[in-house]
Design a protein around this ligand. Structure first.
Ligand SMILES: [Zn+2]
Ligand SMILES: [Zn+2]
Length: 212
């Protein structure tokens, strides 16, 4: 199974609709996706409608905690924004989900940083397709914190989806992530800025279309 577990839809700041995301994922041969909009679950729940026939939709949300972004996978409702990382992770677990420190050491965006050493996250997002620089090596910090690693594109446009993905033999994806039973696949990170520029272009086009 190959999945992209960090994708944004038009329900937050992404360009594509959940339907377009699922259709595109199927087309490029992914076996599943998690739509993780900023503090909104609707896109993720809508994507569920298009699951089935060998394609898996994992529900999720990217929570804007006070300490940085946290991915909640397997939840069916959003977690309140603005709580501490510790409190956010506790709520995610109470909702039956797993908590992943999103781009924890991103130089330009808000990650939880060294909270990965003290807060009981289930995994660290060691590869993020929108990270152009880290303050610390997330892989090294994953080893130090003894947390398993995941990756995702953080795609905001269709073109990016699948550039970073996880693969596993297991069918219980959340459990596989928690046990470190996934492998991260990605394109050469030097291409990440190119995809980011592509997203900006797609967003501009979508905005211009709306005005017509
Ligand atoms: Zn983020
Ligand atoms: Zn994101």
């Amino acid at each position: 199974m190959r999945l992209d577990i960090h994708v944004h839809s038009c329900f937050s700041d992404g360009v594509p609709t959940p339907k377009e995301i699922v259709e595109h994922c199927r087309k490029i041969g992914l076996d599943g996706v998690a739509i993780t909009d900023h503090d909104r679950i609707e896109g993720s729940l809508e994507a569920l409608k298009y699951a089935g026939e060998g394609f898996m939709v994992i529900t999720g949300v990217e929570v804007s905690s006070k300490d940085g972004h946290i991915l909640a996978l397997g939840v069916k409702e959003p977690v309140e924004a603005g709580l501490s990382a510790g409190e956010t992770v506790k709520r995610i677990h109470a909702l039956g989900g797993i908590a992943i420190a999103a781009h924890p050491y991103d130089r330009y965006r808000r990650g939880v940083g060294d909270a990965v050493l003290t807060v009981p996250f289930d995994a660290i997002e060691a590869v993020n397709g929108h990270t152009f620089g880290n303050t610390k090596d997330p892989m090294e910090m994953a080893a130090k914190s003894k947390l398993p690693m995941t990756g995702g594109t953080d795609a905001h446009s269709l073109a990016e989806i699948g550039n970073v993905s996880i693969t596993t033999e297991k069918t219980d994806i959340l459990d596989a992530i928690k046990k470190g039973d996934v492998r991260i696949r990605h394109v050469w990170p030097g291409l990440f800025p190119f995809w980011h520029a592509r997203t900006l272009l797609d967003r501009f086009i979508a905005g211009a279309r709306k005005k017509l």
